[in-house]
Every structure is written in C-alpha cells, then in structure tokens.
Design a protein around this ligand. Structure first.
Ligand code: URA
Length: 237
C-alpha cells in the first residue's frame, strides 16, 4: 500500500494534507524518515510513526450513529436522506448499517464494514439483546406484560421469543416501556405492542449487544466506537 493512502485510511488527513506532511519529513517507516508519498509499505508489518506517534492500520471501522427520525436505514435512496448521508467519513470504506431501524425510529445504529460482526449480531441464533424505549397509546397491565415477556403472536409463523419488559410510566390511555428483544423481525416492537392492543407512538433504540447509545451524542451525530466498546460487542456474540 502507498504511504499516503495508508495515512488517509487511518484518517490523518486528506490525500494532499498527508502528502504535505510526508514531504515535510514528519513520517517514518521502520525508523527511517520517508519523504516519498508513493513509498510502498506493508500495512500489517511495517512500523509507521507520524509526528512521533505510532500509527496502526485499521481495516475495520465501527461507528455509533444516533439515528434521527425521517432518515432511512439504507445506503442509497432517491427520495430520503439515508443514514450513510449522515456519515461523511463513510465514503470509500464500504460501510453499511447493521440491521434496520424504521424511518420514524430514533436511536442507536451501528455502522461498520465488518461483515462477520454484523452477521453475528443479526443472527437469530446468537440471541443478541436489543433494548428499545417505547411510548405507547393503549393500556398496559400485568397480563399484557406477561404476554410480551413470554411471546406474542404477531402474525408470523412463530410467536416472538421471550422478551424483557420494564414499565416506566403509565396513565389512563398511554404508557412507556423499555422492551428488550433478542430477535430482529420486521417492525417487531410495533407489532408486539399491537399484539397486546396498543400502538407505538415513539420508538428509540437504546442498546444492542452491550453497546449503549452515548447520551452525549445528539440526534444525527456519530462517533467511532472505543476499543472497549468493540471488545464488549464482540464478547456478546
Ligand atoms: N421494531 C420496530 O417496530 N421498529 C424498529 O425500527 C425497530 C424495532
């Protein structure tokens, strides 16, 4: 790989910025200052220092996005803004969203190019927990909570798998719950609430496989996952 591409890939600047930096003598490979941006290196074996700091090559990228409403979970769309439009850093890295949130659902969305991790997180066999905050209209009681917890008929071949329910608040005809499910069926939360006679009026995903939405991340904002978060996610599958 070319040295300037390597430095761009690890997000140290644009191609012209990193070329400039290389020409100024700020980059060394295996202890030698390299001033040629076209220098070929082995990204997995060579030791690269940039301004005195070791740079390691990352081939997988992991971002958490706070998906806002009215944005579709797709890589391309001719009408709507997509989640990928919100990540200018995504270009050229083959990133994709892990799973799908409805257009009107907000909250945690993982964006990566790690196909194996995505596959495992979405595999029904892995039972990865996803927790949603749901504001609902209708009534909730112990019997309905029990139904959600044990599995409800949402019109599919099989009833839903056991879920965890935490009742946050309730009034005469509205209630708020946190629902943790281990499947990812189409409109699952909305259909589960419908199955107990209610309707979801607002839905937000709070966590997935031990990864929680960063409360400092405003709607539409994103950030790379920390090493700890990546380790945590991988340890859950
Ligand atoms: N369940 C839903 O109904 N919608 C979502 O976006 C996610 C889970």
């Amino acid at each position: 790989m070319r040295l300037d591409k390597f430095l761009c890939d690890v997000q140290l600047g644009t191609r012209s910025q990193v070329k400039d930096c290389i020409k100024k003598g700020n980059v060394s490979v295996n202890g030698c200052i390299i001033k040629n941006p076209d220098y070929k290196l082995d990204e997995n074996a060579d030791s690269v220092f940039y301004m005195g700091k070791r740079v390691t090559y990352q081939s997988f990228y992991y971002y958490m996005l706070h998906k806002p409403m009215n944005v579709v979970t797709a890589t391309k769309d001719s009408h709507d803004t997509t989640v990928m439009d919100l990540l200018p850093d995504a270009r050229g890295k083959n990133l994709f969203p892990v799973g799908r949130l409805d257009k009107d659902t907000e909250g945690l969305l993982l964006i990566t190019n790690d196909g194996e991790l995505a596959h495992n997180l979405l595999s029904p066999k892995k039972h990865v927990e996803k927790t949603y905050y749901a504001e609902c209209s209708g009534t909730i009681d112990a019997a309905r909570i029990h139904m959600l917890e044990t599995g409800v008929d949402i019109g599919d071949e099989e009833p839903t798998s056991p879920a965890k329910v935490r009742l946050i608040s309730q009034s005469d005809c509205t209630y708020t719950i946190e629902l943790t499910i281990t499947e990812g069926r189409f409109h699952q939360v909305k259909r589960m609430v419908q199955a107990v006679g209610g309707s979801v009026t607002y839905l937000k995903r709070l966590s997935m496989g031990g990864l929680s939405l960063d409360s400092d991340l405003s709607k539409g904002a994103y950030r790379p996952l920390t090493e700890n978060e990546i380790t945590q996610l991988k340890s859950n599958i």
